[in-house]
Write a protein that binds this ligand. Structure first.
Ligand code: IDP
Ligand code: MG
Length: 167
């Protein structure tokens, strides 16, 4: 089954200069990158992304973490990987949520840590299942930012849209 999955290189991954290493590990999956960009994460985006965790005691710290407030890097790298069984392949490579429990040869096992204040700094996010992947890809990317579409799209005409262009 051809799937797409969202990967985020979290602010700790960027601060630790792990982007290249993480992309190299992800290339082991032989999946294709369908989209990639650097995103400044607003509180609104962070809260939507982690909406399912809003009742957890670590929610506020998690929002600060993904917004980059713990790492002086107010951005994440967002990627969509595309191909056969993409969700499971990427998730397995990332490893368990708790970086101390993640197998040592997974990305989280290699590079993650738990801070003294209890945040799981696990350097990457990966969609957990098909429903989550669809919701997250549509939250982080517009169809125009992806080279392959597995979810239906439609064309609309927008007039009088304010945008930046090169002068
Ligand atoms: P996942 O990232 O493996 O899918 P989720 O349960 O969706 O795990 O949690 C989202 C993120 O919240 C995790 O990646 C981790 O950074 C953080 N997190 C999850 N559970 C805990 C916890 O028990 N303590 C501290 N942080 C946690
Ligand atoms: Mg999750």
């Amino acid at each position: 089954m051809i799937e797409q999955t969202l990967v985020l290189i979290k602010p700790d991954g960027l601060k630790k200069s792990l982007t290249g290493n993480i992309l190299t590990r992800l290339s082991e999956t032989r999946l294709e990158i369908a989209g990639a960009k650097v995103v400044k994460v607003t509180r609104e985006l962070a809260e939507k992304h982690y909406a399912h965790l809003k009742d957890k005691p670590f929610f506020e710290e998690l929002i600060k973490y993904i917004m980059g407030e713990l790492h002086e890097r107010k951005k994440v790298m967002a990627l969509v990987y595309h191909g056969e069984d993409a969700i499971k392949k990427v998730r397995q490579l990332c490893g368990e949520t708790n970086p101390e429990k993640a197998a040592p040869d997974t990305i989280r096992g290699q590079y993650g840590r738990i801070t003294t204040s209890g945040v799981y700094e696990n350097v990457v996010h990966a969609s957990a299942n098909r429903e989550e992947a669809e919701r997250e890809i549509k939250l982080w990317f517009s169809p125009e930012e992806l080279v392959y579409h597995i979810y239906p799209v439609k064309e609309i005409v927008i007039e009088k849209v304010k945008k930046l262009i090169w002068v």
